[in-house]
Design a protein around this ligand. Sequence first.
Ligand SMILES: Nc1ncnc2c1ncn2[C@@H]1O[C@H](COP(=O)(O)OP(=O)(O)OP(=O)(O)O)[C@@H](O)[C@H]1O
Ligand SMILES: [Mg+2]
Length: 280
Amino acid sequence: MISERLSARDSPPRANDSRTDARAQDTPAIKLAGVTKVFGSGNEVVRALGPLDLTVATGTFVSVVGPSGCGKSTLLRLIAGLDIPTEGKIWRYGTVLDWPSRDVAIIFQEHVLFPWASVLENVMLPADVLGLPKAPARERAFRLLELTGLKDFAGHKPHMLSGGMKQRAAFCRALLSDPQLLLLDEPFGALDALTREELSLELSRLWQDLGRTALLITHDIEEAILLGDRVIVMSSRPGRPRLDISVDLARPRDVNTAKHPRFVEIKQMARSLLFAREQD
Ligand SMILES: Nc1ncnc2c1ncn2[C@@H]1O[C@H](COP(=O)(O)OP(=O)(O)OP(=O)(O)O)[C@@H](O)[C@H]1O
Ligand SMILES: [Mg+2]
């Protein structure tokens, strides 16, 4: 693996974060050691992932980009605790992981809003499921809707929203329980290019405000760089990191960030690896 960690900004302190105290900042949000995932048996075996070691520092945004079928969603599901590794161990915040947790939010490519419920009711759903106190949850729901420009649509049903707005509502719902870790699997994949860019910059701002750890899976190299503190480029299946590069570009980022020579350089490096014939 090629490793380039120039001015790694691994654990930026978050002023508005009561839970990420000095000790928590030292404990990685995610740690994987020798993780593999094999599906099936006999002639049907698919070696989907690894062996893979990975550490994600608390409070950072890490983007993972890689070819289709290299095990990115599998990696996310393992970290979420939705599946177990064939070999190796996974820790979240220093604890060996063996079940899903309310401190983790997952956002998939397709929003899954309930069509019969209003936007607000959809966003409030975790409050019912997790038994969160209603009044503060409602307050937070409105704050999130405001942050994502959806406040005036709180009473609307999902079919009355655009694709980007639905995905924003799905973000609000995922963030309602104030998860420490945000796992995003191609969250903008179903959107047109313009909405995708707009929403990814919005996510970048939201992530800065909330000060949580995020792991983004994407096919889009530019999106990976624009959002990440770090970009990991995976090999083809079984997926392993081939490049781990620190995105030493100032925040907040905007559309002009893509013109920065360093952005172009990182993009070139990632592209050449993604499109090169694998040699390992
Ligand atoms: N539950 C499963 N049972 C059997 N094979 C699976 C299962 N889940 C994933 N796989 C296989 O593991 C490999 C990796 O799948 P995964 O969905 O993680 O890829 P991906 O990198 O997310 O691809 P994409 O970019 O297309 O979403 C694929 O070959 C897939 O067929
Ligand atoms: Mg996938």
